[in-house]
Design a protein. Structure first.
Lengths: 294, 327, 348
């Protein structure tokens, strides 16, 4: 049989070394990706191992109040005599944790709504898109601010508030992908096989939208750190005495004038470094997953 | 009998490509000649290096590609060592290229007439108004029925056939002596394709332009080319007058290619002697014949040594060990 | 009309309404209705292979989508067996989807790039209730070998396969539920010439062994010639000629069919063809009367007014050209020197 003869030929097609070798190739070529990895590693070490290594309780008020940085107090102390380095290390932990939860929540909510709306279309699409448009008209921070003020100051509410503020971004992104995928031949093929809509959305559309979603998720983590810090800075986010980078910076701002510069500047620099690291990683993720949009 | 110098002479051209996967010789010691007013067909499957060869003539290779050896002479002048400024003067006037139709072959932001007019302004020094008039004339000459209307239109408002005609008008406005047509009708309906070739035939009659026709379609070259060169994985495997190639194909690849076309009268059984895929040029080693992996008549020598050029009668030549010691 | 027909299409029409751009709407122009498929009628008998040929804009892809219920027609009917396809719902619709399958043109596009071959081919089986692991795997291996691939390729991603292999996977998927009717929409157009013939051979083989019924849609007459018993020629949404493939090739009736045959590049420098050419390019808005009139090399003034109708030429052939059917002009064969078309295998 002619067809059998063809099948015997070992067709050994060339392939790229797979995702992992393309990963190394991109990292090798990009100094910003390398910088991001180094920075984030330091930060993660600080967050995970820091409090264990630097075993000073952030709540203990042993030190002299408002002491400038020295060998025993690398970051100085706050107005109650608490060790600022220890507070900052714990703060990094909290902020990163919040950021991860926010990113996950916004991603799950946003992509579910996005793929539903993109696939189904019709009036559902119209209504939800108008809602999304209204939400996107507000700067993310203001939106998070109003929701957080409404819900209250604890950690869960902060996470929910920021996640809700970010959801429309993901909805719009995923909807766009779903709209273009809707007429893809493999989607049509699944319809002709008799696949129900939920099957197509869950098993075909979402997996093929993974790259843009992941890129956006990594960006969400960067934004979330900044927004959490911002909300706490103005007093709407995490309340003291829980150590959080933004609230520490906020407290420290009051003491800037009297000369205790370390109280606000040092935590502030840490915020910058964390957000920078996450942004660099986000860029690297985008370079790896979507090289065309450099 | 050929006139003094061939219009286009490609000698031992080699091109390397350097990308993520590695470095490969995508065109390997290719030689080709086009005489004035002749149509030469360069046939090969996708990835055979035929487009790269054409781009090299225009010096329009992508950044990842580099010339690794050989010469290209246009009317006796060495194209590869020319300055970019001299090359720019050649492009459009001496040699022009038509590509596969797509919305992007013409500038989507300019009206069609303005783009053609620009050629007249640059190469013939005409002013805006006269150039526009000549543009409408060109559109009429290429068989467009409402040349005024089309001249005012943007490319996205035209059908595939009209875009290709407009492109031909654009590219032949300066009456180039060599026209390189890279898959000019791929993607077009077959009834449009035949109109495009009628048009090219007419242009050849008028301007005595030579055409280097690059395609994967053997039928097209059978009907339109005077000479045919068959390319496989960066090598030319056989070349000669069209009739000779189709009636007396020598190289196993040529024969296999010819066998894989379902015949017009339905008489051919659905079987092809062409097996497997073109080799991955990035993982090739050594200097053996690149068709060895798929050749039904492969011999040991084929895997180790480059096939020699064997001249047959009447300008028909083949690169194959099978013929090395005479037929 | 055949009561045994597997598929009966009657006066099928699909209109798309193009909304005029905003400015022109204010100026009062009505939205344009484009009839992608216009009053198409034909039957397909069990075991037959019917080809539908036409170029861009003829509506064949739209027709294909209507046949598998990806699109709903705006007029006319499609009957599969004894049921009206338009009325199908729920469980009946599911059964229809088991029995009528489609293979698309672009092998890369029709396979989910993130799914492995075994998942792709198993998808229809899973949806229609074949779940037991053992039974499923056995069926997968059977299907994959049926289309000429190897069992070890079941774990590959589509990107790891060649174009021809991808199309084989698409065919395997289409055959998974043992459909009675297979629609093939340009199954080989995106493939290299050499791969094309292997896929055609596979399709011919499958038809023989599985006794399949095919509707093959293509712009390439040589593909139709290789596989189909009968051919329908379409132009701008309408059928212009119907007949047995060999007869249509030997003596095309409709001027469009003649132009189509005259345009196919034949890889034989000795073949001479009647140079029948269409004039100009495709018009977007169908004129009154015959849709080919503005471009037809044999048009008469009356052609622009007389409505186009498909009439019988003999007991097996139909043509929609009044000049031909009323014997005003004679059909001519396109290939002028059949005898000279010798095999290219000389010297082997």
């Amino acid at each position: 049989m002619a067809t059998q003869a063809v099948a015997q030929e070992p067709v050994d097609l060339p392939r790229f070394g797979g995702r992992s070798s393309y990963l190394w190739y991109t990292i090798r070529r990009s100094t910003s990706a390398q910088a991001g990895i180094v920075l984030l590693t330091c930060i993660l070490l600080a967050a995970l191992a820091g409090p264990a290594l630097w075993q000073i309780d952030p709540a203990v008020t042993d030190a002299p109040p408002l002491a400038p940085p020295d060998l025993l107090l690398p970051f100085g102390s706050d107005q109650f005599g608490r060790d600022l380095l220890s507070r900052v290390l714990n703060g990094i932990r909290l902020d990163l944790a919040i950021a991860v939860f926010v990113a996950l929540l916004a991603t799950i909510l946003g992509s579910t709504i996005g793929v539903l709306v993109g696939y189904v279309g019709g009036w559902v699409d119209q209504v939800l898109m108008r809602v999304t448009d209204v939400m996107l008209a507000f700067p993310g921070f203001i939106l998070a601010l109003s929701i957080a003020a409404f819900l209250g100051n604890d950690i869960h509410n902060v996470i929910i508030a920021i996640a809700i503020a970010y959801t429309p971004v993901m909805v719009r992104l995923v909807r766009g992908q779903a709209l273009s995928l809707r007429s893809a031949q493999f989607i049509l093929a699944s319809r002709t096989i008799g696949a129900p809509s939920w099957w197509i959305m869950l098993l075909h559309m979402l997996p093929n939208t993974l790259s843009p979603i992941l890129i956006q998720t990594s960006l969400f983590t960067a934004w979330a750190v900044l927004d959490t810090a911002g909300l706490s800075f103005i007093g709407v986010g995490i309340r003291p005495p829980t150590p959080e980078l933004g609230s520490i910076t906020g407290e420290g701002a009051a003491f800037m004038v009297s000369g205790a510069w370390w109280f606000a500047i040092l935590p502030g620099i840490v915020i910058v470094l964390v957000v920078l690291a996450l942004n660099l990683i986000g860029d690297a993720v985008r370079d790896i997953l979507d090289p065309h949009s450099a | 009998m050929p006139a003094a110098l061939p219009l286009l002479s490609i000698e031992d051209l080699s091109i390397d490509l350097d990308v993520f996967r590695g470095r490969a010789r995508v065109v390997d010691r290719v030689s080709l000649e086009v005489e004035e007013a002749q149509v030469v067909g360069l046939v090969g499957e996708s990835g055979s290096g035929k487009s790269m060869t054409a781009m090299a003539v225009m010096r329009l290779l992508p950044r990842a590609a580099s010339i690794a050896g050989g010469h290209i002479r246009l009317d006796g002048r060495d194209v590869l060592s020319m300055s970019e400024a001299d090359m720019r003067r050649l492009r459009g006037r001496e040699v022009a290229m038509i590509f596969q139709t797509s919305l992007l072959v013409l500038n989507p932001l300019l009206r069609v007439g303005d783009q053609i007019a620009r050629v007249f302004r640059t190469h013939a020094g005409l002013d805006q108004r006269s150039a526009r008039v000549k543009a409408v004339e060109m559109l009429d000459r290429v068989g467009i029925r409402h040349p005024e209307r089309v001249s005012h239109s943007y490319p996205h408002e035209l059908s595939g056939g009209m875009i290709q005609r407009a492109l031909i008008a654009l590219m032949t406005a300066a009456r180039p002596r060599l026209l390189i047509a890279d898959e000019p009708t791929t993607g077009l309906d077959v009834t449009t394709e035949v109109q495009i070739f009628d048009l090219l035939r007419e242009i050849r009659r008028e301007t005595r332009a030579a055409i280097l026709l690059i395609t994967h379609d053997l039928g097209t070259v059978a009907e339109n080319a005077d000479r045919v060169a068959i390319m496989h994985a960066g090598h030319i495997v056989e070349s000669g007058p069209t009739r000779a190639i189709f009636k007396q194909p020598r190289h196993p690849y040529t024969r296999a290619l010819l066998s894989s076309i379902p015949r017009f009268d339905g008489s051919q059984p659905l079987e092809s002697t062409l097996r497997g895929q073109a080799p991955d040029v990035f993982s090739l080693q050594g200097d053996g014949c690149r068709f060895a992996g798929r050749c039904p008549q492969v011999m040991d020598v084929c895997r180790q040594h480059r096939p020699p050029l064997v001249q047959l009668v009447d300008g028909h030549s083949v690169f194959c060990h099978l013929y090395a010691d005479g037929l | 009309m055949d009561s045994e027909a597997l598929l009966q299409v009657r006066d099928l029409g699909k209109q798309f309404v193009l909304r005029a751009p905003l400015m022109r709407r204010f100026a009062g122009s009505a939205p344009i209705a484009l009839a992608a498929v216009d009053r198409v009628s034909f039957d397909v008998r069990p075991g037959e292979a019917v080809g539908i040929v036409g170029e861009s804009g003829c509506g064949k892809s739209t027709l294909a989508k209507c046949l598998v219920k990806l699109l709903e027609p705006t007029s006319g009917s499609i009957r599969f067996g004894s049921t009206d396809v338009h009325e199908l719902r729920g469980a009946e619709l599911k059964r229809f989807r088991e029995q009528v399958q489609i293979v698309f043109q672009d092998p890369v596009g029709s396979l989910d790039p993130r799914w492995r071959v075994r998942q792709i081919v198993a998808e229809p089986l899973r949806i229609h209730g074949v779940d037991a692991k053992g039974a499923l795997y056995r069926q997968l291996v059977d299907l994959i070998e049926l289309v000429g691939l190897r069992a070890d390729q079941l774990n590959r991603l589509p990107s790891e396969l060649s174009g021809g292999e991808q199309q084989r996977v698409a065919i395997a998927r289409a055959l998974a539920t043992r459909p009675r009717l297979l629609i093939l929409d340009e199954p080989t157009s995106a493939l290299d010439a050499s791969t094309r013939i292997h896929i055609l051979a596979l399709l011919a083989e499958l038809r023989r062994t599985l006794r399949m019924t095919y509707v093959l849609i293509s712009h390439d007459l040589s593909v139709i010639r290789a596989l189909c018993d009968r051919v329908l020629v379409m132009y701008m949404g309408r059928i212009v000629e119907v007949g047995p493939t060999a007869a249509v090739f030997d003596l095309p009736l409709h001027p469009y069919t003649e132009a189509l045959l005259a345009a196919i590049p034949v890889p034989d420098p000795d073949v001479q063809k009647q140079p029948v050419r269409l004039r100009g390019d495709l018009t977007w808005v169908p004129p009154a009367g015959c849709s080919l009139a503005p471009r037809c090399p044999m048009a008469a003034p009356a052609c622009a007014d007389r409505p186009q109708q498909l009439v019988a030429w003999d007991e097996r052939r139909l043509v929609a050209c009044h000049r031909i059917s009323e014997r005003e002009i004679q059909p001519v064969p396109i290939v002028l020197n059949r005898a000279a078309a010798t095999t290219a295998e000389a010297g082997r």
